[in-house]
Design a protein around this ligand. Structure first.
Ligand code: NIG
Ligand code: FE
Length: 386
């Protein structure tokens, strides 16, 4: 067993309100952390740090919990930059472009998909993300969805079955739903922790409330836990369905009614906001401030995907949430770390406390405030130890 003392920490965000300044971020200045075999062994003031086998001096930089990106679609091939350009010229997003990615992904070899996922995960780590959830959803056949989840599982434990992403072209809705809830689920459930569905009202591509309920209940019966893409394109049933079924998270929440907000506040489902999607689809940003005021637990995630947000940058999501959703820098950082952990029902990450995973990210700056203060500047990275 090797222990490493991480010191030279100007400011440490622990997300443990029991330590430091007593805020939700549990801020300590002049701090140190001891990591032992991948776990946190000690956290406190540098002056009190016990001895360790090795020492890493960060030279007066801020340290935060490794960022938790609880929503991404990294298993894809192909390019949709022209679709982005068209959207910036006024063509709205409706999910129709997903078919382009399905075609390119089906054509790609296992080796090339693996390389693409590896590059995207490395890009994330280089920006501070230490845990990422990865969905399928660009295969839409039994063989292609199970392949996507097998490949995703090489990179994360947080694998999500999203056969119900869209109805593939040329396939009738009812038979596709039967396939998703039957043979596709049977092949994919052993490879996944989660089931997800793209739920929108009366969409040509996504699934309505009744269809989404059927997918989620079938997934639960197969042993999967629930998450939902809801209320991205319009007001609709996704949020309330997610809360009613006790989903871990409902993601997007771009369009929310007062009763959606009340349901989220009363329930246990985390609302995961994806500000990169509003950015890259020219959609209105949801009011994060109002959600917090209502008592809703928020997470922030990238949704990194080729259609609605081809960015893996959680620091960008934090900056957008602060600038466009009314969150304070502290609330945005909490949502991107502890909030993401809650959205994944994980208590071993997101909080720097003894016994938790030693997932740390370091900022080239004296304070976590630099995440939102220096948008677009590559100052945040996962801390590589040993
Ligand atoms: O989370 N909304 C559904 N799925 C993705 C986008 C998929 C795509 O356009 O390729 C999302 O925004
Ligand atoms: Fe998504």
């Amino acid at each position: 067993m090797t222990s490493t003392l991480v010191t030279g920490v100007s400011e440490l965000v622990t997300n443990d309100p029991e330590v430091g300044d007593g805020s939700a971020l549990g801020l300590l200045t002049g701090a140190a952390v001891i990591c032992e075999d991948g776990l946190i062994g000690w956290v406190g003031s540098a002056a009190d740090a016990p001895a360790a086998d090795e020492r890493v001096d960060l030279g007066a930089r801020a340290v935060i919990p490794g960022v938790v990106d609880s929503h991404s679609h990294l298993v894809f091939a192909g390019d949709r930059s022209a679709e982005f350009a068209a959207r910036m010229a006024g063509i709205p997003y409706d999910g129709g472009g997903i078919a382009t990615t399905v075609h390119a992904t089906r054509e790609a070899s296992d080796a090339s998909l693996r390389e693409l996922i590896a590059a995207r995960v490395a890009e994330m780590r280089a920006q501070g993300t230490t845990t990422v959830e990865i969905k399928g959803g660009y295969g839409l056949s039994v063989a292609d969805e199970s392949r996507a989840l097998r490949l995703a599982g090489e990179f994360t434990d947080e694998v999500t079955f999203l056969g119900a992403h869209v109805v593939p072209s040329g396939v009738d809705r009812a038979s596709y739903l039967e396939l998703v809830c039957g043979p596709m689920l049977a092949a994919c459930a052993p490879l996944a922790r989660w089931v997800d569905v793209f739920c929108e009202p009366a969409s040509a591509h996504a699934f309505d409330g009744a269809e989404a309920r059927a997918v989620l209940l079938a997934g639960r019966a197969a042993g999967l836990e629930l998450r939902v893409h809801g209320n991205q394109l319009a007001l609709g049933p996704g949020v309330q369905l997610a809360v009613e079924l006790g989903a871990a998270s409902v993601d997007h929440c771009t369009y929310l009614s007062a009763s959606d907000v009340a349901a989220l506040a009363a329930g246990s489902t985390v609302a995961t906001l994806l500000p990169g999607v509003e950015f890259a689809t020219r959609s209105p940003y949801p009011d994060g401030r109002a959600l917090l005021a209502a008592g809703v637990t928020l997470a922030l995630a990238s949704d990194c995907n080729p259609g609605t947000c081809y960015s893996s940058s959680m620091p960008l999501m934090i900056a957008l949430a602060v600038r466009e959703m009314g969150l304070t820098p502290a609330e945005a950082l909490w949502a991107a770390t502890a909030g993401g952990a809650r959205a994944l029902r994980r208590d071993d990450i997101g909080v720097l406390a003894v016994g938790n995973r030693a997932d740390l990210a370091v900022i080239d700056g004296p304070s976590y405030l630099h995440l939102a203060y220096r948008p677009g500047v590559p100052i945040t990275r996962a801390l590589e130890l040993g």
